[in-house]
Design a protein around this ligand. Structure first.
Ligand code: SF4
Length: 234
């Protein structure tokens, strides 16, 4: 068996296998590195940058940086005031860029963006709201897409695929106009299970499954019971 590569996160001794991403190796060591776009086992996107850590003083995304010989005995900073402040700022920016009206959103309590806002005790964001007016999409038989809530994490693109490994989702347009789209030719082949997975994988309320709502009452949902990251052993 290959020898594990040792490193320290905020002074805690950890180790990981070569090629394993820092975020996963840290989780196995009981260290929670906050994230939005990461999905264990799925090709990383490194798009949200919430998981930025400092490796030997250099900022790196923990979801795209693999454990390798250059990490051997490295000192990784994670929960420092500077990095936590940066994460809070990213969360605030994502909130003001979209229309995240938690009290009326079906994902409230199951939303990772909302859970991180609670984690960082976000109150009134320091930035002004954009209030985007992107088109909603209710044409997909099993899904309702609210692009005004999409944080462009690519989780749906990377994880919701048909049997030929073709994604149901893709980005359209460019730059500030970048938008999530669902392939309307493929969409009728999506079954209930995959539609539910799309909704569950989306870290916000941009993808909602039709015909079912508020099945679990607010107050009894995932992050209503336990704060995000609390499932990691300390
Ligand atoms: S729809 Fe959801 S999962 Fe897809 S890119 Fe937007 S936020 Fe991410």
């Amino acid at each position: 068996m290959a020898e594990k590569i040792k490193f320290k996160i905020d002074g805690k001794e950890c180790s990981g296998e070569a090629g394993q991403f820092i975020i996963d190796a840290a989780a196995e060591c009981g260290v929670f590195i906050p994230f939005l776009c990461h999905m264990k086992g799925i090709v990383p996107a490194g798009s949200c940058r919430v998981c930025t850590v400092k490796v030997n003083g250099r900022p790196m995304a923990a979801c795209t940086t693999p454990v390798g010989n250059d990490i051997q005995n490295a000192s990784i900073e994670n929960a420092t005031p500077q990095l936590e402040e940066m994460r809070k700022t990213i969360i605030e920016l994502l909130f003001v860029e979209g229309n995240h009206f938690c009290p009326t959103c079906e994902k409230s309590g199951n939303c990772e963006l909302q859970a991180l806002a609670y984690r960082y005790k976000m109150m009134v964001p320091q930035f002004s709201y954009n209030f985007p007016l992107k088109k909603l999409d209710a044409l997909t038989p099993k899904l309702f897409i609210d692009r005004n809530r999409c944080i462009l994490c690519k989780k749906c693109i990377r994880s919701i695929k048909d049997k030929d490994n073709k994604s149901y989702f893709a980005f359209n347009k460019r730059g500030a106009k970048l938008e999530i789209h669902v392939d309307h030719e493929m969409a009728p082949s999506m079954n209930d299970e995959l539609a539910q997975k799309a909704m569950d994988n989306c870290p916000v309320g941009a993808i909602l499954k039709k015909e079912k709502g508020f099945e679990i009452p607010i107050g009894k949902r995932k992050f209503d019971k336990k704060p995000i990251g609390s499932d990691i052993e300390k």
